[in-house]
Design a binder for this molecule. Structure first.
Ligand code: SF4
Length: 238
């Protein structure tokens, strides 16, 4: 089988034309993934083609890109599963472009930092936390904890496009896991960020993040739970 990969190209400084698309013919089999095809192009047709990947087996999320208009991981996207003989590949939206399909993930880390994404243990927290698997706390956190930091949700989120101060789905999802964690000592500081004009109040629940998340997380559920927690806190009942 054969397919055409239509790939977004961009070389900083040297490329006065800005972003453009180039087409490459690739041989494919039933299992050939978009990442396989990109590696083949790099090895046989154009060694300057830049893209990012690491594990190749759908674990790390490094190969996140927009394929036929939707955020996907290239290593888990079989070309045969896509409609049409031409596959269009472009970098994630809402991130600075470095080269071709490679984006700068710095804003992702910055958004995480905005919500205080690291656990700060309370001084009296036991060395090993004992949290029952049956507890509501554990079950709610479990649903939100498998984020691999791929950035697909940020690329798909329309609010990220409109408001650069909005932390975005991944950071708010992470914030929920910490606000719900009784061991964390930074909840007050985090609430002051979450309850500002540009955080929890800005999510419109469109759900694009849920649609594209490769880990099947639902950041809007975490946002909803944060809103409920905030309401109980403001009413003095939580
Ligand atoms: S929430 Fe899902 S889509 Fe967003 S960064 Fe985490 S794994 Fe990727």
């Amino acid at each position: 089988m054969a397919a055409v990969l239509r790939v977004s190209r961009y070389t900083p400084d040297a490329d006065a034309r800005g972003e453009r698309y180039e087409e490459f013919d690739v041989d494919t089999g039933p299992e050939t993934t978009v990442l396989d095809a990109l590696v083949d192009i790099q090895r046989t047709a154009d060694s300057t083609l830049a893209f990012r990947y690491a594990c190749r087996v759908g674990m790390c999320g490094s190969c996140a890109m927009v394929i036929n208009g939707r955020e996907r991981w290239a290593c888990r996207t079989r070309i045969a599963s896509l409609k049409g003989a031409t596959v269009t590949v472009r970098p994630l939206y809402h991130f600075p472009l470095i080269r071709d399909l490679v984006v700068d993930m710095t804003p992702f880390r910055a958004r995480m930092a905005t919500v205080g994404a690291a656990l700060t243990r309370t001084p009296d927290a036991p060395e090993y936390a004992i949290v029952s698997r049956e507890s509501a706390e554990r079950r709610e956190i479990d649903e939100a904890i498998e984020c691999i930091g791929c950035g697909m949700c940020v690329s798909a989120c329309t609010m990220v496009a409109r408001n650069e101060r909005f932390p975005g789905p991944a950071a708010l999802n992470r914030a929920f896991t910490l606000q719900r964690d009784h061991r964390d000592a930074d909840t007050d500081a985090r609430w002051s960020v979450l309850l500002s004009d540009d955080a929890l109040a800005r999510c419109h629940g469109q759900g694009n993040c849920t649609d594209v998340c490769p880990m099947e997380l639902a950041p809007p559920t975490s946002i909803l739970r944060l809103r409920r927690m905030a309401t109980r806190r403001l009413l003095g009942i939580g």
